[in-house]
Design a protein around this ligand. Structure first.
Ligand SMILES: NC(=O)C1=CN([C@@H]2O[C@H](COP(=O)(O)OP(=O)(O)OC[C@H]3O[C@@H](n4cnc5c(N)ncnc54)[C@H](OP(=O)(O)O)[C@@H]3O)[C@@H](O)[C@H]2O)C=CC1
Ligand SMILES: O=C(O)[C@@H]1CCC=N1
Length: 267
């Protein structure tokens, strides 16, 4: 199977690299980026066949990954439209571009829409995906294996769940970084060095996630294990409750979901 990745930035490069290790790929992965600077960077990596001619590359492959920013989608569709064919599967990692918009923009039927996240860069990505009805079960299995190469991939039953997972896992790493940043700022304010603040916070996050993953206990269960009655953790948790932090985090996730839905109506 031959795969072309269009857009070799953060996500496109990461997916191309992950997929290049898959036994499903015979030969090289093709990659195309409109930016000259990015194209030079990609060539230096010597990992993929970096293409200069998009139309020619499109004609050569079985699967096409679309990994440009959503606002570049329509121009890209115009450039590709005459080169795609009905047997190809188009996998979009773009936030807020609907399957219907891709089908009508390209004049093809087989589309898988997926929502990845940035930890794919270190093999710990979370991708959700859903197909158009023209994609067969066997084709979907192949695509899910390709998506799995960057971490975990889960099937979701419709596009609304792609927009929902954008609000949870797609944008989610930024919420975690926000929390980390706030804790590091608190540590700095207490007088720790930049380096110690980073170590204290990073190890705390890593340890907490590992504990959670390796047990059946809920987050609340674990919170109760950390907190002693009348102790320090309870003081922190009470402060968060009083400031409605939980509600604010939920609002933020819904704001991302709402924006994904809004974008889907726009492209
Ligand atoms: N970053 C993230 O955490 C996540 C991103 N996504 C989705 O992934 C997609 C890509 O994001 P990301 O990788 O961060 O973006 P980047 O800007 O890092 O990469 C996109 C690349 O595509 C290039 N490009 C623009 N137009 C075209 C074109 N017509 N043909 C080929 N290449 C083109 C850009 O060049 P130039 O810079 O010159 O425009 C750029 O090099 C987005 O749609 C986003 O919604 C989804 C989940 C998470
Ligand atoms: O912010 C964005 O629009 C993209 C989608 C999810 C993460 N980044």
């Amino acid at each position: 199977m031959k795969v072309l990745v269009i857009g070799g930035g953060n996500m496109g490069y990461t997916y191309a690299k992950g997929m290049s290790k898959s036994s499903l790929i015979d030969g090289e992965i093709l990659i195309y980026d409109a930016s000259e600077v990015q194209t030079i960077k990609l060539k230096k990596k010597k990992l993929f066949k970096v293409c200069n001619n998009l139309q020619k590359a499109v004609e050569e492959v079985d699967v096409i990954f679309l990994v440009v920013k959503p606002y570049h989608a329509m121009d890209l569709f115009d450039t590709m439209k005459s080169s795609v064919n009905q047997s190809q599967i188009v996998v979009s990692l773009m936030a807020g571009v609907s399957i219907e918009a891709i089908q009508s923009g390209l004049g093809i039927n087989k589309v898988v829409r997926a929502m990845p996240n940035l930890p794919a860069k270190v093999g710990l990505g979370m991708t959700s995906y859903t197909p158009s009805e023209e994609v067969s079960r066997i084709e979907l299995l192949t695509i899910s294996k390709l998506l799995d190469t960057t971490g975990e991939a889960i099937y979701v039953e419709n596009e609304m769940f792609i927009d929902k997972s954008t609000g949870i896992s797609g944008s989610g790493p930024a919420y975690v970084f926000y929390f980390m940043e706030s804790m590091m700022q608190a540590a700095l304010k207490m007088g720790f060095s930049q380096n110690d603040s980073k170590v204290l916070v990073t190890q705390t996050f890593e340890g907490a996630v590992k504990l959670f993953k390796e047990s059946d206990l809920s987050p609340t269960g674990w919170m109760n294990r950390v907190a002693s009655k009348g102790g320090t953790t309870r003081a922190a948790l009470d402060s968060m409750k009083e400031n409605k932090v939980e509600e604010l985090i939920k609002d933020a996730a819904f704001a991302a979901f709402d924006r994904a839905v809004e974008m889907s109506g726009k492209y």
